[in-house]
Design a protein around this ligand. Structure first.
Ligand code: SF4
Ligand code: SF4
Length: 510
């Protein structure tokens, strides 16, 4: 079914703050998950009776469980520093897309039920009852936040709107209002092992095809193995890498790097997904269940190392949460976590990002690289939010910014950064993160991409950039879709390991 026609806003001189357009995006809402999607995840199939009390009850549980949520709801001083920092506000002008206003949607309800002034004098302190109108507003605007955390970089108190959005979605799921796109995907991972719902045989077919293609291209017998017991490395990568363009070009690149390094590796048909949408809906139990598939696969295959492919939020989940969720990294203390601790080779980071792995090999001179092979490209790099603001790479501060750039510079001669205010920790979201990468949210996706498109246009104009590299499956999918809205070619976006793949030399044929 064709969706509504979406018109991209015009690119503006950068940076510029839009004129306010109250409620411009009030009608933007994702499809609601059906009972068939909700119930297998343990959520009510539809809006429950007494949902108001249940929503407040769930909020109370989250406030006890996450002290950060309480601190964030209590500590805003309305200084306004975050107001113009959200790409969705910059792209739409809707004041409810200002981070402080997005927070206020929940803070006003928090005040009413969890503070004395709010209980006694609600109107005086801007406290609101939990009504259907409030729930509708939450549904719109907590699905217009990609949980990118850019606003928190500028907040003097470090208030993280993403955590408030996650709590909002968690509360809505608990009363039966779940997002179709995200929850359907979580169900597929539980049932099949990956977001795309691709069964093992389909994955194996693809991998066999890749082996043939790479043999044809390079003359080398590069393997793309699956479920191989005793391999040194288990690679956990987004399932989009198996099929989607340009994602698959990075998967080809990973295989070439493992081949060149002479390190045995395998993918897993059981844990064939790096993404973890449990994080997007703020649900710890879903997140843990998804992460445990990876632990199970690692134990079953007997691997010594776990490496994560190009996926932004997956790296956040792996870097920040896998240890306590599953025992990959120190932290988990159940018997299986301990078994895994004993199995993994602790001389290496566990888990390790594929960029850390490749950069280490480059530094040791273990790869033969022909930079000229990328001379047709003038490259820039889009930092992905969850890598930039919620994780690290390497042993030095800022490694998550420097290592991908160092790899690009090692494999390509032409590299240009975008405007300083739009990269590294200040990077702008692609517009499709946080569970918004669905066609029913196309308008907010296109408009939310505006700040990144403006920054891209500047380096296209000044330096003739024709390739934007990124290390996130969602960014790749989002940009492929929205670049044409702004007059760019969709093939302009690709992975860092796509560039590595072009430059790496493997066999005598080359
Ligand atoms: S999308 Fe990002 S910048 Fe906007 S409110 Fe959410 S976390 Fe903040
Ligand atoms: S920057 Fe922080 S304290 Fe200031 S208005 Fe935004 S959330 Fe509140």
């Amino acid at each position: 079914m064709a969706g509504p026609v979406v018109k991209a806003p015009p690119l503006r001189p950068f940076p510029s703050i839009p004129a306010l357009q109250p409620d411009a995006m009030a009608a933007s809402k994702p499809y609601i998950a059906t009972d068939k999607i909700q119930e297998p995840l343990g959520f009510p199939g539809q809006l429950v009776e007494n949902w108001e009390q249940r929503a407040i009850g769930r909020m109370g549980e989250l406030l006890k469980r996450y002290r950060s949520l309480k601190v964030y709801l209590e500590s805003c001083v309305h200084c306004g520093a975050c107001t113009d920092k959200c790409h969705y506000f910059l792209g739409t002008g809707d004041p409810k897309n200002m981070p402080v206003a997005r927070q206020e949607l929940m803070r006003s309800v928090y005040r009413r039920y969890f503070t004395l002034p709010g209980k006694l004098f609600p109107k005086l302190v801007g406290a609101r009852d939990m009504t259907k109108d409030v729930l509708d507003e939450w549904w719109s605007y907590y699905n217009q936040c990609s949980e990118c955390r850019r606003c928190s970089v500028f907040c003097p108190y470090g208030i993280d709107t993403a955590e408030i959005t996650m709590a909002g979605r968690e509360i809505m799921d608990s009363v039966g209002v779940g997002q179709k796109y995200a929850n359907e995907i979580i169900g597929k991972v539980h049932r099949i092992g990956n977001n795309l719902g691709l069964p093992g045989p389909a994955l194996e077919d693809t991998l066999a095809g890749l082996e043939e293609d790479v043999k044809e291209e390079t003359g080398a017998d590069v393997r793309y193995p699956m479920d191989e017991k005793g391999a040194e490395v288990l690679l956990i990568t987004p399932s989009a890498d198996f099929f989607a363009e340009p994602h698959v070009d990075s998967l080809i690149g990973y295989g070439k790097v493992f081949h060149a390094a002479g390190i045995s590796w395998t993918l897993s048909s059981y844990a064939s997904e790096a993404a973890n949408f449990g994080m997007f809906i703020g649900n710890y139990e879903q997140m843990r269940k998804i992460a445990l598939r990876i632990r199970d696969a690692a134990l079953e295959l007997g691997v010594k190392r776990i490496i994560v492919g190009e996926c932004g939020h997956a790296w956040r989940a792996a870097y920040s949460f896998w240890n306590t969720l599953s025992g990959i990294g120190a932290g988990g203390d159940d018997p299986f976590a301990k078994q895994l601790q004993n199995q993994l080779d602790l001389r290496y980071p566990q888990p390790q990002h594929i960029c850390e792995f490749t950069w280490d090999l480059i530094q040791r001179g273990a790869l033969t690289l022909d930079k000229e092979a990328n001379d047709h490209r003038i490259v820039t790099f889009h930092d992905s939010c969850n890598v930039a603001r919620a994780s690290r790479m390497g042993t030095r501060a800022g490694g998550q910014f420097d290592i991908p750039r160092a790899i690009i510079r090692a494999v390509a001669n032409n590299y240009v950064d975008m405007d300083e205010g739009t990269i590294r920790e200040k990077t702008f979201c692609c517009g499709g993160g946080g569970g918004l990468l669905t066609d029913d949210l196309m308008e907010i996706r296109v408009k939310g991409a505006l700040p990144r498109m403006e920054a891209l246009q500047r380096v296209v104009d000044s330096s003739k950039v024709n390739f934007m590299a990124t290390i996130c499956a969602i960014c790749k999918a989002q940009f492929t879709k929205v670049l044409p809205y702004y007059g760019f070619k969709m093939s302009m976006v690709g992975g860092v390991h796509q560039l590595v793949s072009t430059a790496i030399r493997l066999g005598p044929k080359q």
